[in-house]
Design a protein around this ligand. Structure first.
Ligand code: HEM
Length: 663
């Protein structure tokens, strides 16, 4: 039974959300706004304002143990979230404890709200004063924001209801991926709530309508906020962190480069890289060695994206060279910066002498000089070629995005071009690798899905590399990827900052709010998804449209939505479909005996904590089941000669004798 008594938790580390890891967390009592509820529900319940009665934790970076009175997390939910799924078939139809838990918590909370427990009126003088200050330009706005913050009556001060503030399962934050406890809080506090981390405050959005508003309907009112600050050292003003005019110009230049003909041409690149991975796995199968698939997928997608974006062959599946290492040093640094409690890389002097920072700077120098060289080579090629630039322009020898951009006469500085290339390298590398990693993890847990997938790969793929027509026929494989992206969205949260006042879910918000749109919560919402935690590719009909944010009304956002939607969605889908189909056609994959448990941790995408160790075996041809129907043999006839030989051949097929792999 779940205790309703608050208990005291100790948080000694800072395993907080990437990009916001801070030493202390203060949490406040709540108002409730249901995940799929309309704003009027909150106001109808008389929830016009609430002010926090905070359980303050120390905001000091040196504070070690923060004691917070919190309700214990529901074990059933957390267990399900870690997705340590039983190795059953797909489509299990058990009842959904997460949904029941959500209903129970909401009823409990509604009763507490109705009792007025959390309803604290903002002071009457505040709203008019804040209104007047806000009209005085930036200094006035700043003063208004401070006053509002200090009074703890943000929404009330702006003349609206106050956003629910979460009292969270803090122990759930410790030692696990940050988005998992956010899900727990979402089940209790609904589609928008506030989390206070020491002096910082974040809005957590898990409501499809609010996500749609931020990403699409009023996207101009939001920037990339902390994300841009953290990624500046590696992406500069590349497309992901850029905002405003720079973003508009670069997006207009880059999107056309990923035209249909280019993506189609990339299919042979996906096939070649996947074939190289198959060779590696083949060797492991022969040697009887287990393989760590997460790092292999990372190398596969690095090789693909290097060729696709700037025509560089990292060949990381074969070698560990300096540039490959430099890319990984840089990536790990970006992840470290997004999760570190103290920005050591900003400390004067230290940033220049710390061995870690030195290594990062050297890595960046190597990457930048390599990119500069590639840009120079490509420029020369473009100058020499006679090709006329047009909408679907592509140089067959070098179909890369860089080549397209230079041939288009894109007027861009070398620094900006480098930022864009680096951004695409990172955006298209870790994401696809994570999708493949979690897909293969899921497949190892759902053998029926694996069997169906292999059946499709066997029937569609021939001996050569896949073609665009093959990819179109790999419908079930595509659904497997769609469903894998639902359960493990990459990245699990989207980050924004409000740059104007707005109203979210009926709550007025000011500018400067840092917002996390939890794609994880949207994709796991038990209200929206039947058997939300079950890996069930069949939930997407084969003959239906490809699921996306539009046809799922922002409940499904694997590639984001609105003007900042991923530019590589088609590329990435084809890449992961080709790799998955080619691999499962050649091999069976099982978790290796004694492999560490597969749990999640966060970087820019969802990583495993200790890798994905698998045993790979070459597949034998599926047994040919002979027609064993016996001829009716009358006494006067000889026994049918074929029967014994059939039996022999069936036995040998079953034992795998004389069977090569089926590739
Ligand atoms: C399965 C693989 C991928 C996934 C799951 C993925 C997911 C996403 C998501 C969710 C966003 C939106 C971020 C936001 O709104 O804050 C995004 C943006 C972006 N993605 Fe991808 N992506 C993938 C592959 C790729 C590839 C292969 C490329 C490049 C070839 C790419 C390039 C980009 C770029 C440049 C943006 C920024 C767009 C903008 O802000 O205008 N992505 N991606």
């Amino acid at each position: 039974m779940r205790s309703t008594q608050p208990h005291v938790l100790h948080s000694t580390s800072s395993p907080l959300p990437p990009l916001l890891s801070l030493p202390a967390l203060s949490m406040s009592p709540v108002l409730h706004h249901h995940c799929c509820a309309t704003p009027t529900m909150a106001s109808a319940a008389g929830l016009s304002s609430a002010a926090p009665a905070r359980l303050l934790a120390s905001a000091s970076a040196s504070a070690q143990a923060h004691q917070l009175r919190l309700p214990p997390p529901p074990p059933a939910c957390r267990r399900r979230l870690l997705l340590r799924c039983a190795a059953s078939g797909s489509g299990g139809g058990d009842s959904d404890p997460a949904l029941e838990e959500q209903r129970r918590r909401q009823a409990e909370l509604a009763a507490r709200i109705a009792s007025g427990e959390f309803t604290v009126q903002g002071p009457g003088w505040l709203a008019p004063l804040v209104g007047r200050l806000s009209k005085l330009g930036p200094p006035g706005e700043l003063a208004a924001a401070l006053l509002t913050r200090l009074s703890g009556a943000g929404g009330a001060a702006r003349g609206g209801p106050e956003i629910p503030q979460a009292v969270g399962s803090l122990n759930a934050v410790v030692g696990q991926a940050f988005f998992v406890p956010l899900y727990d809080l979402f089940l209790t506090y609904g589609g928008i709530f506030r989390l206070n981390f020491g002096p910082k405050s974040f809005l957590i959005v898990s409501d499809p309508a609010i996500a749609k508003h931020i990403l699409r309907e009023n996207s101009k009112a939001y920037s990339k906020g902390i994300l841009a600050e953290i990624l500046e050292f590696v992406m500069g003003t590349g497309l992901i962190p850029a905002d405003g005019e720079i973003w508009r110009v670069r997006r207009r230049a880059i999107v056309p480069a990923l035209h249909q003909k280019y993506v189609t041409a990339m299919i042979s690149l996906f096939g070649e890289a996947s074939a190289r991975l198959c060779d590696k796995l083949d060797k492991a199968a022969t040697d009887g060695e287990d393989v760590e698939m997460e790092s292999l997928f990372s190398r596969l997608t690095l090789d693909v994206i290097g060729k696709a974006v700037f025509n560089y062959d990292f060949d990381s599946l074969s070698y560990d060279n300096g540039i490959v290492e430099a890319v990984y040093v840089t990536l790990r640094e970006a992840e470290m910066r997004s999760t570190s409690p103290i920005p050591t890389w900003e400390i004067p002097i230290w940033k220049d002498i710390s061995p870690r920072q030195k290594k990062v700077n050297e890595a960046l120098k190597l990457i930048n000089s390599t990119l500069d060289e590639l840009i120079a080579i490509c420029k020369r090629l473009v100058e020499q070629e006679d090709l006329q630039f047009h909408e679907e322009y592509m140089n067959e020898q070098d179909p890369s995005i860089l080549h397209f951009l230079l041939a288009s006469g894109d007027d861009v500085s070398s620094k900006q071009l480098r930022d864009d290339l680096m951004t695409m390298l990172i955006a298209g590398h870790e994401t696809s690798a994570a999708v493949l990693t979690w897909t293969f993890y899921l497949l190892s847990k759902y053998p029926k899905v694996m069997a169906k997938l292999q059946e499709e790969a066997d029937s569609v793929l021939g001996d050569g590399l896949p073609t665009i027509d093959d990819v179109k026929k790999l419908k079930y494989t595509t659904r497997v990827i769609n469903e894998s992206l639902r359960l493990y969205p990459q990245p699990p949260v989207l980050i924004r900052r409000s740059i104007e006042d707005d109203v979210l879910g009926g709550y007025p918000i000011g500018r400067g709010e840092d917002i996390f749109i939890s794609v994880w919560n949207l994709h796991h919402c038990p209200k929206h998804w039947e058997d939300a935690e079950v890996f069930n590719p069949e939930r997407w009909p084969l003959d239906g449209p490809n699921p996306n944010e539009i046809n799922q009304n922002f409940s499904y956002l694997p590639f984001g939505g609105g003007p900042r939607k991923c530019v590589g969605d088609m590329f990435a889908t084809f890449e992961t479909v080709v790799a998955t189909a080619m691999l499962v056609k050649r091999f069976d994959f099982q978790m290796a005996p004694g492999a560490p448990p597969v749990e999640m941790t966060t970087g820019a995408t969802i990583h495993t904590t200790e890798g994905l160790k698998m045993t790979v075996t070459r597949r034998t041809r599926p047994p040919v089941i002979p027609n064993l129907e016996m001829k009716i043999v009358s006494d006067s006839q000889e026994p049918a000669r074929s029967t014994p030989s059939m039996a022999v051949s069936a036995a040998s097929v079953a034992s795998g004798e004389d069977q090569g792999d089926i590739s």
